[in-house]
Design a protein around this ligand. Sequence first.
Ligand code: ADP
Ligand code: MG
Length: 191
Amino acid sequence: MVAPKMIPNLNLYVGPMFSGKSTRLLQQVDRYKFAKKDIVCFKPKMDNRYTQEGFIVTHGGNKVPCVLISTGQDILDFFKDKELPDAIAIDEAFMIDDIANVCLNFFYDKRIDVLVSTLDLSSSLSSFEEVCTLLGHATKIKKCKAVCTVCGSDASYTMRKDEFSNSDVIQVGGEDMYEARCLRHHSNIEI
Ligand code: ADP
Ligand code: MG
């Protein structure tokens, strides 16, 4: 009898900055390691926060080694002459060009688990097209919330502190540049 094919997972951790997306991703990476499953982590080259090249780093300081990439194709190239792992984990996916199709390729064709952590909205409240694509195919979505830096309520938005806060250009930064805000305290929203 032919062994049944494994049914893979496509798990997304989405939400604003500081909402624990990378923390949750790294918790899952830890679980794969304890289960003695191979998992390879990736993050965008342009994410140079905390000067930890070659690591996914959370705002709380946890970290795991990762491969730095610029495009989804870099993930395919990485595995060209290697055996596939049981899973891949990708942090800050919204910064990586052509990431959605590559995630879908690993999920549907290569049939391995794909774990993704990403912003779903920019600081000017536009959604990221490739993230929207992934949301439609996900087997599990965790919408994470931060704490509003003004009032302490749940924060679903990221606010850019400088004068260019309406810009859609991706600008890498941490607490120096961005804050988590609730609906009431985001400067681009009036309620
Ligand atoms: P993300 O990947 O979503 O940006 P991380 O998982 O890297 O978030 O970091 C989450 C951690 O950020 C929290 O556990 C907390 O220690 C810290 N943190 C800093 N500012 C905030 C905030 N405004 N709300 C919630 N957590 C915050
Ligand atoms: Mg993160």
